[in-house]
Write a protein that binds this ligand. Structure first.
Ligand SMILES: N[C@@H](CCC(=O)N[C@@H](CS)C(=O)NCC(=O)O)C(=O)O
Length: 323
């Protein structure tokens, strides 16, 4: 685990000293957009939507990258945007590419097919030789100009939601204009207390910082249990972006966050409505194939040595959903 400083890799765990033990996530640096090919300015755009021009680097363990894989699937971008994944161990060199057959996935190849890089940080310095900051996935890469379009999953899923519609003719809209303000406000609460909330619990280095994150996490889960008793999805009868952003945290909850990040007031299995909701999302066509528990469990329990020094990976849980 480390970061780049002026383009040089430095091995260093998150520093929580200055923030009284609290984990504070840094902002993503590359936040460029892809312009639909029918846009009147597409000719001059730095990044126009084009078939086979972009590559998505993900970790199958990472909930932020997982969002982008789900959108790539639901928006039928499989043949338009190529994809590959890092090895689930994130150690002293950060995310690595290698061809470890033990972690073979049926759908997503491992490695860097574009430059045969060994480490994800080499992609960042290729894009910006003086880059300073964390080296995170997902990375949406432009194969033509050899640079990062975006390393922010929230932006990448919006790009996937609409920028390639004229190429795929898939018009499913997970961020419909009429629901945007409601989606944005739910996203904000869910991001702060659940998506990032589990990390604030797990990476806290003081009791107070951990408890400060744990309470709102479970209040939001209680609130969502109530909300979903009246409707199938967060915004009504159809899934939106807000559901898929929530899904990638919920699917990891009992296997990882409950024990590894100490988010253990309840299991997700103890919430019958959230559990049925999670199953509904998981069973949506194409979604189950984006979930790889081998990568997920290995990554967290093996990589975070400050939290789990023995690197033992729990075998359970054996039950994912209550029927
Ligand atoms: N804001 C980013 C966050 C991505 C992120 O933090 N990814 C984690 C993996 S789950 C990562 O790559 N961490 C490496 C690090 O922090 O050094 C997004 O949503 O795209």
């Amino acid at each position: 685990m480390g970061l780049l400083i002026e383009g040089k890799w430095v091995d260093q765990w998150y520093d929580t000293k200055a923030t009284k033990g609290k984990f504070v996530r840094s902002e993503s640096e590359f936040r460029r957009q892809i312009v639909p090919c029918t846009d009147e300015h597409a000719d001059q755009a730095l990044f126009p939507a084009q078939d086979n021009r972009y590559h998505l680097y993900v970790s199958l363990a990472c909930p932020w990258a997982h969002r982008t894989l789900i959108f790539r699937k639901l928006k039928q971008l499989d043949n338009i945007i190529s994809v590959s994944c890092v090895h689930p161990t994130m150690a002293e060199n950060g995310w690595e590419f290698n061809n470890d057959q033990a972690f073979f996935d049926d759908h997503i190849p491992m490695g860097d097919p574009l430059y045969q890089s060994h480490f994800a940080h080499q992609l960042y310095t290729r894009a910006k030789p003086t880059y300073t900051g964390r080296v995170t996935v997902p990375i949406l890469w432009d194969k033509k100009t050899h640079t990062i379009v975006s390393n922010e999953s929230a932006d990448i899923i919006r790009i996937f939601n609409s920028a390639f519609n004229d190429i795929t003719h898939n018009k499913l809209d997970f961020y419909p204009a009429a629901l945007r303000s409601e989606i944005d406000s739910l996203n904000e609460r869910i991001y702060n207390t659940i998506n990032n909330g589990v990390y604030k619990c797990g990476f806290a280095t003081t009791q107070a910082a951990y408890e400060e994150a744990l309470i709102p996490l479970f209040s939001t889960l209680d609130f969502l249990e109530e909300k979903l008793s009246e409707q199938d999805y967060l915004l009504g009868a159809q899934p939106t972006e807000a559901d898929w952003r929530l899904f990638t945290t919920l699917i990891r909850f009992d296997s990882v966050y409950f024990s590894h990040f100490k988010c253990n007031l309840k299991r997700l299995l103890d919430y019958p409505i959230l559990n049925a909701y999670l199953k509904r999302l998981y069973e949506t066509e194409g979604v189950a194939e984006t979930v790889n528990f081998r990568h997920i469990k290995h990554h967290y329990y093996y990589s975070h040595q400050t939290i789990n020094p023995t690197r033992i990976i729990p075998v359970g849980p054996t039950v994912l959903f209550n029927e």
